[in-house]
Design a protein around this ligand. Structure first.
Ligand code: MN
Length: 272
């Protein structure tokens, strides 16, 4: 099952044998420039999962307060396990009580470029400078690992900080984070939680087919089977209501994207 050994911690937490949740097996569209995505995740606590494509996985940080375009703000970013690239197209709901349970909204996406050639080395040194060109985030940013001798065990805490450039603002007043619309479907968190509205448009997957707007995936071993059993039982009494929710992982089509590479915005090539 191991597609990429870097994904083992991620895969251990989810049961891919029972659901079709993105697990690194779906065909990914080629891209000349690395992709970046942010998922707004209403888990136990609301946070923003900040993901950068690197070496065929998504390096991931949970930004507890979300990104800020004020260079004075240093946003705590907890490094989490690498995610499969195809996970970056996921929008929907993980049932409550499971790992990461809650709704996931594709809040931003686009491309990123590192300032230094060797991003893996920059990450291991604990300082990654980069530019992003997304729909909501732009310009220069830095991720810096927090060094704290007294808290040696907390090696996974980083800070996400906006570079001082023409996009930086000191008087944003939280306007950026007030945006509650998916960049993939235009939906608010409440719409996603209700399984309503448009389907998310694929960005990373090599498909033109949209996933279902009421995508539900299960992250706990065995729970998918329980949910399936519940669906079968309930389907006998009220087939309509249950069937609309009975999407156990919407396996995207594996048909390769006939158009090939997607265009990359010119702005990214210009350092801000
Ligand atoms: Mn998360």
């Amino acid at each position: 099952m191991a597609i990429n050994s870097k994904l083992s911690p991620y895969q251990a937490k989810r049961d891919f044998s029972r659901t079709a949740e993105p697990g690194g097996e779906n065909a990914v569209a080629p891209s000349e420039v690395r992709r970046y995505i942010i998922q707004k995740h209403a888990g136990t606590r609301l946070h923003y999962d900040f993901c950068l494509e690197l070496d065929r996985v998504l390096k991931s940080w949970a930004v507890t307060k979300g990104p800020s375009i004020d260079p004075h703000d240093k946003r705590l970013s907890v490094e989490v396990e690498d995610h499969p690239l195809d996970y970056g197209d996921s929008e929907g709901t993980i049932p409550k009580g499971q790992y990461g349970g809650g709704s996931v909204q594709l809040w931003d996406r686009g491309y990123w470029l590192p300032e230094e050639r060797d991003s893996a080395a920059a990450l291991s040194k604990g300082e990654l400078k980069f530019v992003v060109e997304g729909e909501r985030l732009h310009g220069g940013w830095v991720l810096v690992r927090i060094r704290n001798r007294r808290m040696v065990e907390k090696k996974n805490n980083w800070l996400l900080i906006k570079h001082r450039d023409k996009i930086a603002r000191e008087d944003d007043g939280g306007a950026l984070l007030a945006a509650d619309r998916s960049v993939a479907s235009g939906r608010k968190m409440a719409d996603i939680a209700a399984g309503k509205g448009r389907s998310p448009k694929p960005f990373i997957l090599a498909t033109r087919h949209k996933t279902s707007p009421d995508a539900i995936w299960n992250s706990d071993r065995g729970s998918a089977a329980e949910l399936r059993a519940a669906v079968v039982t309930s389907a006998n009494s009220s087939p309509k209501t249950i069937r609309s929710k009975a999407v156990l992982g919407n396996a995207p089509s594996r048909r390769p994207n006939p158009s090939g590479r997607r265009p990359v915005p010119k702005r990214l090539n210009r350092r801000n």
